[in-house]
Design a protein around this ligand. Structure first.
Ligand SMILES: [Zn+2]
Length: 314
């Protein structure tokens, strides 16, 4: 169900940003289309949403949504996850994404390493040796492999976000260090399941640590198609809010970002998932000001979201 304005927790969504919504088309069911996600975010008074897509550069959908629904006041942005069907970890795919759109400001705001096509996730999914051979990894010597350094240079030049994808915590620390060396000012990592030590290492290097609602939900208890015909459970199963809160505190609220990661059909629509997540954060002891920092200020800084409706929400 889509919550109404009086539903508890909706005050946290006014002016907020959910930078992780899987509303674009998919090979399994979605709870909303891109247009529905934008309309529902607008109805909740949200300032921006970020579209995530494992199949293509979501900046195209974002640009289309802004052309049609920009008057609703929600800044819709997208980017590229370099999964194989989206072009893979190639300089050409990244270069194209950084200029693809309907004019200035509509190109990819983030370039992400793969989500499922990493050695870390593929091993957990029990993929074949031949599949594993083709996946992305940072070797144990910590040297970031080509063409990622070249891609980081492009991201730095465009002042976009470098997203470390679903690598291990050790790899994310190595990637954040290399990104910093190459002048990338904006680094996003997916920290829900990283150790507090790895999370501290990432934020000390200037990276943002994102935490999602998805790992707390029933969606982790069933196998789903994520990127191809194989069904897999979310690695690690459901986690508790206590476990996640410990990790958020390791990042510090100045460097943590909260997002829904909703869009799959068995979870509530993104606005509702985001609302529930904010109430869990509140129950875990985070103050309204800390929640505002993590669901608005930090993602606005990371993704260069304009002032939008924040003035109204403040
Ligand atoms: Zn996701």
């Amino acid at each position: 169900m889509v919550p109404s304005a009086s539903t508890p927790g909706m005050q946290y969504l006014a002016g907020a940003i959910d930078c992780h919504i899987h509303a674009p088309p998919h090979i399994n069911g979605r709870s909303v289309t891109v247009f529905e996600a934008v309309r529902q975010a607008a109805a909740a008074g949200m300032r921006a949403i970020g579209l995530m897509d494992n199949f293509c550069n979501s900046a195209g959908y974002a640009a289309l949504a802004m052309a049609e629904l920009g008057h609703l006041g929600v800044d819709v942005f997208g980017g590229l996850i370099m999964q194989p069907v989206a072009g893979g970890v190639t300089a050409q795919a990244a270069r194209t994404a950084l200029s693809y759109g309907y004019g200035p400001g509509t190109a990819a705001r983030f370039i992400s390493l793969p989500t499922h096509h990493t050695r870390f996730v593929a091993e957990k999914e029990g993929r074949s040796p031949a599949y594993l051979e083709t996946t992305f990894q940072v070797p144990h010597n910590g040297v970031v492999p080509d063409p990622v350094p070249e891609i980081m240079d492009m991201v730095a030049e465009a002042d976009a976000v470098f997203d470390c994808g679903h690598v291990s915590g050790r790899e994310a620390v190595a990637l954040a260090a290399e990104a910093k060396r190459r002048g990338v000012a904006r680094v996003r990592t997916h920290c829900s399941r990283y150790t507090p030590d790895d999370i501290s290492g990432i934020v000390e290097l200037g990276g943002y640590a994102e935490f999602c609602f998805f790992p707390l939900t029933h969606a982790t208890t069933v196998a789903l198609t994520h990127v191809d015909q194989e069904k897999h459970r979310s690695t690690g199963g459901p986690m508790t809010m206590d476990d996640m809160a410990e990790r958020i505190r390791a990042a510090g609220t100045a460097h943590a970002i909260l997002s829904s990661d909703c869009g799959v059909y068995i979870l509530p629509p993104p606005v509702e998932g985001f609302r529930e997540f904010m109430l869990l954060a509140e129950a875990a002891g985070f103050t309204p000001a800390e929640i505002r920092q993590m669901n608005t200020t930090n993602p606005a800084t990371l993704f260069r979201v304009g002032p939008g409706r924040l003035a109204h929400a403040a």
